[in-house]
Design a protein around this ligand. Sequence first.
Ligand code: SF4
Length: 354
Amino acid sequence: METASLLIANYCVPCHSFCRYCLLASCGKATGVDYKAGEALGGRIIREMKDARPDLHCSYYIGYCMDTPDLPEFLRFSREYQAPVAKFLQMNGFAFREEPELAELMGSIRENGVELIDLTFYGLEEYHDRFAGRKGDFWFLLRMLDQAVKAGLQVNVSIPLIRENLSQIPELYEMLSTYPLRRCACFLPHSKGRGRTISEQRITKQEFEQLPEKIRNSFSRMKHRTEAEWIASGETAEFVKRSLILVLTPENFEKYNRMGAAETLAELEAMDDRYLQEMPPVQELARMYGDPQNQQLFRIRDLALIWQQRHIAETGNRIYDMHDETHSFSVHLREDELLINRMVVESENGRNKD
Ligand code: SF4
């Protein structure tokens, strides 16, 4: 499979939220390496790859959240290498701040070239705070939104649709629509990290169709169908290229610091090739694990992921899970898709959330 990009991820910034379904499985601690050491390694890989593989998109990003004194340096670095994160930040999980400090933060990221931020709301206040694992998170996000607009930033709001929050969505959507947002869009969470436990929360087509038209229209444009419809259609996920992500940890840092970029890429490609050889094609997985009656909604990417996870579990976890983001992983993409900071987007508009 063609490799389209190589990303270096350093989870060196602890997140201050504890989201119930955190797709990164954040544990409230940093699990990466020192920011500057990670940046030096990332910069070296990007430079080496520019010469060896100019066709390959290469970048360095940090997580779990962006709340770090190194943020201005990270934005400078990202600008230098024209990484999308230089202009777009996801900003959940920051430590609570008073108004002047919040205004300073938004002003500073604007001055450092950020144009757009994304904030994710999980439901109305009480539910959102419970979901995010800390009281006050909902109002803090609204204050962030307010200060971001005052600083001249554009704001996208994202709302995950799950069974538990569905009844709150119309009121939440109306309330958020009173702000001058660039976009307010609903999406279905996928099944990674703690999102693996979300299966019974996935909504059905019927539940989706009962939402107000405005909200349905704000939904991701990527194709969603019920599991029953995907199976009946016989359409498979036609993944033709991949992004490979090297996740830095204190245990693997020295090894990759000694290795050249070409050798690192070759190692990740070999891991993913092995995964592709051991994993049955999506059509076969559909026959093995698909539920032809299931009315829950999926993108084919998410459904394939769930079947692949079942296959890995049934083979006694013998297959290294190349979709698990807690260690180096891959994202398989269709021809018209790109991976930008962990989000799969359609290449012509960058609108949809992974
Ligand atoms: S804010 Fe993001 S990284 Fe932090 S716990 Fe929530 S989903 Fe995970």
